[in-house]
Design a protein around this ligand. Structure first.
Ligand code: G
Ligand code: G
Ligand code: NA
Ligand code: MN
Length: 242
């Protein structure tokens, strides 16, 4: 189909770049690392979620994910130590035979794998086995979008991640909404009970930043701290964003 050909062309021409969004420690405001976010450069603009869904129609989602993964990992040497790099991977991509090879070419102790919940997991034994191997080599595991659906809670229960990312839906308007505050507080307690660090995403205001810090959230990212930016721009800012 036309769509399949378009995805092949993106892959052939490498029509994507990797934007980096800073992650900071909420207490010290120091930068801890960055999340790598694919930005597809073909017109019209489409979000990575949409591109990956379109790629899945022709079985190209995992190849495209792995190509974005490799491009993101290539940026690590340009990040000053000890900054970490977070990369997004679906459970299906984690299980792909090539993933381990790609990750092992990188300094894995500087990588946090954000597990997305886009595809359901049938076999946690297999997934946690793969992840345990990588974690023994120093990989950190984060569960993305925790609080946006059931899958993320199952991921947390089964995988006991290093980091839980509070979904930005919970952060939006949290200052004004007691229900969001209560749900966030319960997820923070849930995360603590399995020994995870808590990272809030989608922080857009100083009020959200201060409230989440006071609720005990460790780390944050969002437009209030910095938009996702190209590496060159972050370098020109000497990685000072807050
Ligand atoms: O940056 P933006 O909000 O448009 O990203 C939408 C979603 O696409 C993110 O939540 C993230 O999960 C996913 N995404 C972005 N970049 C990548 C990538 O390189 N690989 C994978 N697998 N997912 C990505
Ligand atoms: O699925 P994931 O959590 O990886 O998605 C990250 C996406 O969230 C990125 O596409 C990024 O552009 C977007 N994003 C990052 N910070 C903010 C923010 O403060 N507000 C909103 N609305 N989106 C954000
Ligand atoms: Na993510
Ligand atoms: Mn997320």
């Amino acid at each position: 189909t036309q769509r399949a050909a378009e995805i092949r062309a993106i892959r052939r021409d490498r029509d994507f770049s990797i934007a980096l969004q800073p992650v900071v420690d909420l207490k010290s405001r120091k930068m801890i690392g960055m999340e790598a976010l694919a930005r597809f450069t073909r017109e019209p603009y489409r979000s990575p979620d949409l591109w990956f869904a379109q790629a899945a129609e022709s079985g190209q989602d995992i190849p495209l994910e792995l190509e974005c993964l490799a491009a993101a990992l290539d940026l690590i040497p340009a990040l000053p130590e000890p900054l970490l790099l977070s990369i997004n991977l679906s459970p299906a991509a984690v299980l792909d035979a090539q993933t381990r090879t790609i990750l092992q070419r990188a300094p894995i102790h500087r990588v946090t794998l954000e597990l997305t919940e886009h595809s359901p997991v049938d076999d946690y034994a297999e997934l946690s086995g793969h992840l345990a191997d990588l974690r023994r080599q120093g990989l950190r595991l984060a569960i993305d979008d925790t609080g946006s659906g059931y899958a993320s809670f199952r991921h947390v229960l089964k995988l006991k991640p290093d980091v839980i990312k509070l979904d930005r839906e919970l952060v939006f308007d949290i200052e004004k909404d007691p229900a969001r505050q209560a749900l966030a507080a319960s997820i923070i307690a849930f995360g603590r009970s399995v020994g995870s660090m808590i990272l809030a995403e989608g922080i857009e205001t100083e009020g959200q930043f201060d409230l989440l810090r006071d609720m005990g959230v460790d780390r944050g990212q969002g437009y209030f701290i910095s938009r996702p930016l190209p590496l060159d721009i972050l370098k020109a800012m000497n990685f000072n964003v807050l």
